[in-house]
Design a protein around this ligand. Structure first.
Ligand code: AR6
Length: 175
């Protein structure tokens, strides 16, 4: 059974077997979580990402997929990079967001990671509404068979934390 936990804070300050990065398909860095992961992870993370681009992912990592690298100087063994979908008001891309969580857990299982920290994928630069993103994130992690023991959501601000907390409480609970 996977326990879902929530903390408010900076994912790059977390200790876990694996930290999930809200990457883009280039795998070469960006803003938000991605920028912070590369800053704190250091050159080893970027070197591993470049190696992936030179081999398996010559065209980049497709949206909804996940791939692991070293965590460099972060307090973790691995970074699992996944590419969330950009929010669209006209097209339902929920399956791609769910896929990010599922594929990240699958990558974690392959590594033997027992604790995995996730950010709220797609809710920053990619503009996914927090409430819907929280619903998809928690439902998907709960429904995915995995050997991961703790799936920890690391929410950057109070609004994100409270939204995830409400969702974790489930429908019908106060809050
Ligand atoms: N720790 C935890 N959460 C954070 C942190 C942090 N250090 N920094 C931001 N957040 P985002 P996306 C929150 O933009 O929407 C990058 O340029 C943030 O408040 O990191 O999937 C990539 O290269 C938001 O709630 O990821 C891609 O191009 C959530 O994490 C693109 O952004 C996700 O925000 C990916 O966009």
């Amino acid at each position: 059974m996977t326990t879902v936990t929530l903390v408010q804070g900076d994912i790059t300050r977390q200790h876990a077997d694996a930290l999930v990065n809200a990457a883009n398909s280039s795998l070469l860095g960006g803003g938000g979580v991605d920028g912070a992961i590369h800053r704190r992870g250091g050159p080893a993370v970027l070197a591993a990402c470049r190696a992936l681009r030179a081999s398996r992912y010559g065209k980049g990592l497709p949206t909804g997929q996940a791939v692991a690298t070293t965590a460099g100087d972060l307090d973790a063994r691995w970074v699992i990079h996944t590419v969330g979908p950009v929010w669209s008001p006209t097209e339902d891309r929920s399956h791609l967001l769910a896929s990010c969580y599922r594929e990240s857990l699958r990558a974690a299982d392959g590594l033997g990671a027992r604790t995995v920290a996730f950010p709220a994928l797609s809710t920053g630069v990619y503009r996914w509404p927090m409430e819907d993103a929280a619903r998809i994130a928690i439902a998907t992690v709960r429904a995915t068979p995995t050997t991961v023991e703790e799936a920890r959501f690391v929410l950057f601000d109070t609004h994100a934390y409270e939204t995830f907390a409400r969702e974790l409480g489930g429908p019908g609970r106060p809050g």
